[in-house]
Design a protein around this ligand. Structure first.
Ligand code: FE2
Ligand code: FE2
Length: 309
């Protein structure tokens, strides 16, 4: 049975945030363009070996490639950016500092939502001091006094709401532990989805872990442990019962899309892959996705892919 993980004080169910940037009030265009990146795995080579990770493991991801992706996203001028976890290699302070610096243009504009991945919150030091929340927080600006904020509903426009979830298991080894949302967060998510859809808004869910892996596998990903979401079936059930415009996630360093049954039609479940991985197969090249939503759902997805190094 999935174990619930400790949460910082103040967990009181669903949080809600509105865009706070200078242009927030003019987000009334019918189409919302949502940038999506994941699995940046920013590593500070000087800090390793540590946490069972060797310095050479940092070389699987490149900040240079990540910067190209961020530059491409800046040129796209998306309305909002969601980062679906594994921002760092192992939650070191210097890694979060670098991440905050790279994401600062979106954070300062109030156009950023970040959720933790298994690599961000597993080491004792990172989990015990709530580094993710203190240094980044859900909006990239950090929190002086960490409180649990997920599920966090962010109104991207009068018609579209992003609901960010935390599926990372705090303090548990990332290579052997499944993700989990837990009973409380799932109940709070159902409530916020019910409330939001009642208002006629489209709901986009974002989390780190995958719900289902596609049958076609990329050869270099075949040998890796799958580490799924332990309570994925609860999310699949939620999708079957409630209208969700899309589920966005990361964790697998491969870009793919599956369509799961929804109450009327299907619900797209989209993995962006990694935004920094040193390329091997084309499906694993660093990329950002740009999703277009309005109140009726997802209208298109474009990929910004970095050329091979
Ligand atoms: Fe990852
Ligand atoms: Fe992950």
């Amino acid at each position: 049975m999935p174990r619930d993980y400790p949460r910082p004080e103040g967990h009181g169910g669903a949080g809600r945030a509105a865009l706070t940037g200078p242009d927030a009030a003019i987000s009334i265009r019918p189409i919302v363009r949502l940038g999506h990146i994941s699995d940046l795995h920013i590593g500070d080579r000087a800090r390793y070996p540590r946490n069972g990770i060797a310095a050479r493991d940092c070389d699987r991801h490149s900040v240079k490639l990540l910067k190209k992706i961020l530059q491409a996203l800046a040129e796209e001028a998306v309305d909002h950016l969601v980062v679906t976890g594994d921002v760092t290699l192992s939650g070191e302070t210097s890694e979060f500092e670098r991440a905050a610096e790279l994401l600062s243009p979106w954070a300062e504009a109030g156009r950023l939502t970040v959720i933790p991945g298994n690599h961000d919150v597993w080491s004792y030091e990172s989990a015990a001091s709530w580094r993710f929340l203190r240094q980044l927080g859900a909006d990239g600006r950090g929190m002086k006094k960490p409180v649990a904020v997920y599920p966090l509903a962010v109104d991207l426009s009068p018609e579209v709401t992003l609901v960010a979830l935390d599926s990372a298991r705090h303090g548990e080894a990332p290579l052997t532990t499944s993700g989990a949302l837990g009973i409380d967060q799932l109940a709070a998510t159902r409530e916020v989805v019910r409330e939001t859809t009642k208002q006629g808004r489209a709901v986009v869910l974002a989390l780190h872990h995958h719900l289902v892996i596609p049958p076609e596998r990329v050869p270099s990903d075949l040998r890796l442990a799958r580490m799924p979401l332990a309570d994925a079936y609860q999310v699949v059930r939620l999708l079957a019962e409630m209208p969700i415009a899309a589920v966005l996630h990361g964790h697998r360093h491969t870009s793919f899309r599956l369509d799961l049954p929804g109450p009327s039609g299907t619900t797209p479940v989209i993995c962006s892959g990694s935004a920094s991985r040193v390329a091997d197969e084309p499906a694993r090249r660093p990329r950002a996705l740009v999703h277009e939503f309005d109140r009726s759902g997802l209208h298109g997805v474009a990929a910004l892919v970095a050329a091979p190094a």
